[in-house]
Design a protein around this ligand. Structure first.
Ligand code: SF4
Length: 401
């Protein structure tokens, strides 16, 4: 913080650009560029907002930072406030993290008492920054930036039309710098040790380290901080200790429920925004859900799509109706009553949702379906023929088919 306060604002932003830091919440937008663009906007007041909604299933890394080192986040946001000239900031924490909200509130109070927040921070006259915790109320869609901002304003958490973008017209229609917990928490390190040093820990296209959430059928579940560039195989087998009970890995669901699923044959892909994109995947939130061969892809997918059916905010038809119809078809598949016509409708509907939904939720909800059909089509066809190779699906309607 002290070092940031001794720097020219644009020099501090330049350090973040050199760090090659991409937003860790899922969108992977270059943070330095985002801050540079926000800095250039002349109107104000500007707001600092942190997305700590962490509603993506299988993601629990921000929880780790918030509970173990909330000062890292507070410092990252305060450095941002100093650069941008923002006087107010909000940390939007999901309602399910009630105990963590208390930890963060207490850390804010302590930082204030120590002169790191509030008025005339660290004795610098006119450098004032107040930070508040806002609780989410359990809606997954509030992880979407514009819905989150609506929710902070006290409105129903529903996505806004874009453009205008948050950086120009965010909280209370004012310029807003919105980043995720992990992204803000990288800032103090970058300012202290330099952007080049941070960048050198990763790859040419993805600077620094990344928190990965390993869960599912793996021996050592947990949060791992890895340098960009190691492979998914290294993460799952070297750090995660391999598949539980000596079973075979069937697929990996990467980046949370809205991410892609891919088979064991692709786990030598490097964890790097560029390499994953080249292979057709997105790192998303950093969730790595490991699924072994005892699981049925259709049954698994049904569970995922039920989640999206529940969490769709209902604003647009492709997502509201689409998720519901996909669950209906998957229900028929698990009962052994689906037809080829259903299967084709399901594939076409998924593509329609991807291209026509209003926000990221509906656009990405069909990704697990699209990728599971791509890599495991045979299992879907088996269900249409009344067979579940794992024995997980009841096939209760098979007799009446
Ligand atoms: S895609 Fe549409 S219905 Fe789904 S969450 Fe976004 S706005 Fe709401």
């Amino acid at each position: 913080m002290k070092k940031a306060m001794s720097m020219e604002h644009l020099d501090a932003i330049e350090e973040i650009k050199k760090a090659n830091l991409f937003g860790r919440g899922g969108a992977a937008y270059p943070t330095g560029i985002k801050w540079e663009q926000a800095y250039a906007i002349q109107k104000g007041p500007k707001y600092m907002v942190c997305n700590a909604d962490e509603g993506e299933p299988g993601t629990f890394k921000d929880k780790h930072i918030l509970s173990e080192d909330p000062f890292e986040l507070i410092e990252g946001m305060t450095i941002g406030a100093y650069i941008m000239g923002a006087k107010e900031g909000y940390i939007y924490i999901r309602g399910e993290y009630a105990a963590i909200q208390k930890i963060v509130k207490s850390a804010i109070e302590n930082a204030k008492k120590a002169g790191y927040l509030g008025k005339n921070i660290l004795g610098r006259e006119g450098f004032d920054f107040e930070l508040k915790v806002v609780s989410g109320a359990g809606a997954y869609v509030c992880g979407e930036n514009t819905a989150l901002v609506e929710s902070i304003e006290g409105k129903t958490g529903r996505p806004r039309q874009k453009p205008p973008y948050i950086k120009n017209c965010g909280l209370y229609q004012m310029p807003t710098i919105l980043n995720n917990v992990e992204t803000y928490s990288c800032i103090p390190w970058i300012i202290k040790d330099g952007g080049e040093k941070f960048s050198s820990m990763g790859t040419e296209f993805s600077g620094g380290t990344k928190l990965m959430c390993l869960s599912g059928n793996v021996n050592n579940r947990g949060v791992y901080e890895i340098p960009f560039g190691i492979t998914l195989r290294e993460l799952i087998y070297n750090l995660g200790g391999g598949i539980k009970d000596g079973r075979k890995l069937k697929f990996v669901h990467l980046g949370g429920s809205s991410g892609s699923c891919f088979p064991e044959s692709m786990i030598d892909t490097k964890i790097c925004y560029y390499d994953l994109k080249k292979a057709g995947f997105s790192l998303g939130s950093g969730a790595v859900l490991v699924v072994d061969d005892t699981h049925c892809v259709v049954d698994y997918l049904k569970t995922v799509m039920e989640f999206f059916e529940e969490e769709s905010c209902g604003k647009c038809t492709p997502c509201r109706e689409g998720n519901h119809r996909l669950v209906e078809i998957l229900d028929k598949m698990t009962e052994g009553t689906a037809t080829m016509d259903d299967f084709n409708k399901m594939k076409s509907l998924a593509q329609t949702m991807k291209t026509t939904s209003f926000c990221g939720l509906g656009q990405s909800a069909p990704m697990p379906l699209i990728t599971l059909v791509k890599y495991f089509e045979e299992e879907f066809l088996e269900h249409i023929n009344g067979k579940c190779r794992t024995g997980v699906c009841s096939m209760s309607g098979k007799a009446g088919k």
